[in-house]
Design a protein around this ligand. Structure first.
Ligand SMILES: CCCCCCCC/C=C\CCC/C=C/C(=O)SCCNC(=O)CCNC(=O)[C@H](O)C(C)(C)COP(=O)(O)OP(=O)(O)OC[C@H]1O[C@@H](n2cnc3c(N)ncnc32)[C@H](O)[C@@H]1OP(=O)(O)O
Ligand SMILES: Cc1cc2nc3c(=O)[nH]c(=O)nc-3n(C[C@H](O)[C@H](O)[C@H](O)COP(=O)(O)OP(=O)(O)OC[C@H]3O[C@@H](n4cnc5c(N)ncnc54)[C@H](O)[C@@H]3O)c2cc1C
Length: 664
């Protein structure tokens, strides 16, 4: 018997080859096959069930997380999965866990900041999970300002050890994931002190718990920091607190790639830039950009499928009502988010390439592209996560009342996702880093130093400052060079205007602080330009499959023109376009939405998400939403009994009070 599919008609409307689009989304046929296989493996395993987790108490949720992590590890070993497959498996399990930090930060920190001897000693144990580690940087009193950390690591030449100490309450480590209850080790960031001199913040490998009894080692106080936002969600993670009372570690546990301390206690700064101490954050920020496209795609998939099932108003002669996806307002809210998911996917792919490139250069002691890698990862992490967090909430609203039900999957996705705007660098703090980079680039424009990479367009500032947009008709906005020039002109004009305003301050730091809201806008304009330009570059590639490239062109235009419409004030105020050209862009945008409409369901099918991973009744593949919502309601614990617990104690006395009152 053929399976019921409420979206069958929608799927028939698609004007492109879905299988080829799935490959574009996955990045390659190989990636597609790998991720498809691993996603199904997870979805079919009852241990990875997650439909009940918002009902669990914190303790039960945490134990469930330990059970899933142990089971995942067993599957990884039994099936001899590669590192890439293992990462995929953990991400499809879709439950934040200590393993994210062990594999995502502890190991990368040792790899990036450790020497080859330290790699040989620590990495084999970490790869086998004989030790489990976390990344302990943030403190109760300082997170963004890493240079302000207070934990000290004082070298004692007598014993050849460091003495780790938390001198104040605010120096307590606070937030590290996996620290609270699981990690046996941590990379701890502390101020290095030798011979009474403070050499700033460095990383140290510190054992926290006994490997036999899991008890904290002498001098260490460690625990969980408490419940976080939402039910389920990030509460599966044991974000922790940690204090040191003069804990001793051997000298060779300082991560010594960037700087060294000799046996005599001499501090040696190598020719590697000190910013490499921040290298793990750069790595994770890069992964967060790709993850943003996954989370956004997930929310958009749910909202799109539901919008095709849901009908409201407009029934004619007793016929069906209108599918809400056909309302222009629904399209103008939903389709830019669909386009953004694809845009973030491609910029994430490019950022991965950039990161790999900078890593190879660093190994060869070429540090020239580090500032750009920092600016791109910081800016794109900030921009994509802010958009995605807002988009998940927008998708909830696009699903009307049912979006607020836990089983829509959207509340939990929102609760898990929103801290990405804060962790790995607060989004505003990161945009200010981008702004510094841009102001520095502008200040060097007259010096003969040619801007390269993502700031190469600034080298054409003279042209971009006075060019005029040539759009006369709505369809002129479909020309890639017209779009690109408008975004470049806007970014460069905003940058130069800010640089000029900064020049009016006698103290540049005062100017930077005063103008910081404008500088944040400049950084956003630059990041949006990067995303638009990488989408356009993607379209230069050979993309096989009937209609696939055409769909991507439509999505790219939607992405760019919706940004232009949203930030029209910037484009017009900087004289990049006229108000009339802005109106033409909006006209073209409406036409593009009509072209997306028949392909919308297939475009979200291309994400290839299993129902397990989506975790949403509204987004399920077959679209059988109402029956599933009805069945699911009966599974709620409140429906275990017809009359609720508490009726006799609390309800009945109220309900019966009129009898007593009447008797009085
Ligand atoms: C495959 C599976 C992978 C899975 C991965 C999953 C991982 C798990 C995922 C999620 C779990 C969440 C875990 C969360 C963890 C955390 O949150 S860890 C803590 C993160 N903390 C932060 O991000 C702190 C943010 N603050 C900073 O980064 C810095 O303090 C700062 C804001 C950049 C300021 O630093 P500082 O004061 O030192 O710097 P400045 O004076 O402003 O700048 C000096 C120059 O340095 C340059 N710079 C700064 N940072 C970097 C960098 N990272 N790289 C390179 N260069 C950098 C800066 O531009 C200045 O340059 P200039 O002198 O030329 O102007
Ligand atoms: C779920 C979660 C997991 C985490 N996991 C880890 C982990 O594993 N390891 C770890 O070490 N840390 C972790 N953290 C900590 C995280 O990295 C920090 O919270 C983050 O870097 C932000 O720092 P903060 O909390 O000090 O924010 P603050 O800097 O105190 O920010 C507060 C406000 O001040 C503003 N602000 C701060 N500085 C400036 C400035 N210079 N200019 C303008 N505005 C400014 C910010 O924009 C924000 O609005 C985690 C945090 C969360 C929420």
């Amino acid at each position: 018997m053929e399976a019921l599919d409420y979206h069958a008609e929608e799927r028939r409307k698609a004007e492109f080859n879905l299988d080829e689009m799935k490959i574009v989304w996955a990045g390659s046929r190989r990636n597609y096959e790998l991720s498809d296989r691993v996603a199904r493996l997870v979805a079919s395993d009852p241990v990875f069930r997650k439909d009940n987790r918002t009902m669990l108490t914190r303790k039960d949720l945490f134990k469930d997380t330990l059970r899933k992590a142990a089971h995942a590890w067993k599957r990884i070993i039994d099936l001899r999965l590669s590192e890439e497959e293992a990462n995929m498996l953990r991400s499809y399990v879709d439950q934040p866990a200590f393993t994210d930090l062990h594999w995502g930060m502890f190991i990368p920190a040792i790899k990036g900041q450790g020497t080859s001897e330290q790699h040989e000693k620590w990495l084999p144990m970490a790869y086998k999970m004989q030790i489990i580690g976390c990344y302990a940087q943030t403190e109760l009193g300082h997170g963004s300002n890493v240079q302000g950390l207070e934990t000290t690591a004082t070298f004692d030449p007598q014993t050849d050890e460091f003495d780790l100490h938390s001198p104040t309450l605010t120096s307590s480590k606070w937030w590290p994931g996996g620290l609270g209850k699981v990690s046996t080790h941590a990379v701890v960031y502390a101020r290095l002190i030798t011979g009474g001199q403070d050499h700033g913040v460095h990383g140290f490998i510190v054992q926290l718990r006994g490997l036999d009894d899991h008890l904290p080692l002498p001098g260490i106080t460690v625990g969980d920091i408490g419940m976080k936002f939402g039910s389920g969600a990030y509460n599966s993670m044991d974000n922790g607190l940690l204090r040191f009372d003069h804990v001793r570690i051997p000298r060779n546990q300082m991560l010594m790639r960037v700087s060294q301390v000799t046996r005599e206690g001499k501090f040696v700064q190598s020719d590697v830039p000190r910013q490499l101490v921040y290298g793990t954050m750069v790595y994770v920020r890069q992964t967060i950009v790709s993850d943003a496209s996954c989370a956004l795609a997930r929310a958009v998939c749910i909202a799109t499928r539901y919008s095709a099932v849901r009908r409201q108003f407009g029934s004619q002669n007793g016929g069906p009502e209108i599918q809400v996806i056909d309302y222009k307002t629904q399209q103008s809210r939903l389709f830019p988010l669909l386009a953004s998911a694809y845009a973030f996917r491609f910029v994430g792919e490019w950022l991965k390439w950039l990161y790999t490139d900078v890593t190879q250069r660093l190994q060869a002691n070429d540090f020239s592209t580090l500032p750009e890698a920092h600016a791109c990862t910081a800016g794109l992490k900030s921009m994509t996560t802010s958009v995605t967090a807002d988009a998940i909430e927008e998708c909830r609203k696009l699903c009307g009342g049912h979006g607020y039900l836990s089983n829509s999957g959207l509340p939990e996705l929102f609760a898990v996702y929103i801290p990405t705007c804060t962790y790995e660098g607060d989004n505003v703090v990161l945009l200010l880093q981008v702004a510094r980079f841009l102001m520095k680039t502008v200040s060097q424009l007259g010096s003969g130093k040619k801007p390269v990479g993502t700031t190469a367009y600034m080298g054409r500032a003279e042209h971009l400052m006075q060019c005029r947009c040539e759009v006369e008709m709505a369809q002129d906005w479909l020309k890639p060079s017209t779009i690109l020039e408008a975004f470049e002109a806007r970014a460069v004009r905003m940058s130069i205007a800010c640089a000029k305003s900064l020049g009016k301050f006698s103290n540049p730091e005062d100017g930077f602080a005063e103008l910081s809201p404008d500088l944040v806008e400049v950084a956003i304009a630059h990041c949006q330009l990067i995303v638009v330009s990488k989408f356009l570059e993607k379209l230069q590639q050979d993309i096989p499959g009937k209609g696939v490239k055409r769909q991507l062109e439509i999505l790219c235009n939607v992405y760019a023109l919706h940004l232009l419409h949203k930030h029209l004030g910037d484009f017009v105020a900087t004289g990049c376009i006229t108000p009339n050209q802005g109106a033409l862009a909006n006209e073209q945008l409406r036409l593009l939405y009509a072209q997306v409409r028949p392909n919308a369901i297939a475009l979200v099918d291309a994400f290839n998400y299993t129902d397990h991973y989506l975790g949403s009744i509204l987004g399920c593949y077959d679209g059988n939403v109402y029956q599933k919502l009805y069945q699911e309601a009966w599974k709620d614990p409140l429906n275990d009994t017809v009359v609720p617990d508490g009726y006799l104690e609390y309800l009945r006395p109220i309900l019966k009070q009129h009898i007593r009152t009447a008797r009085l």
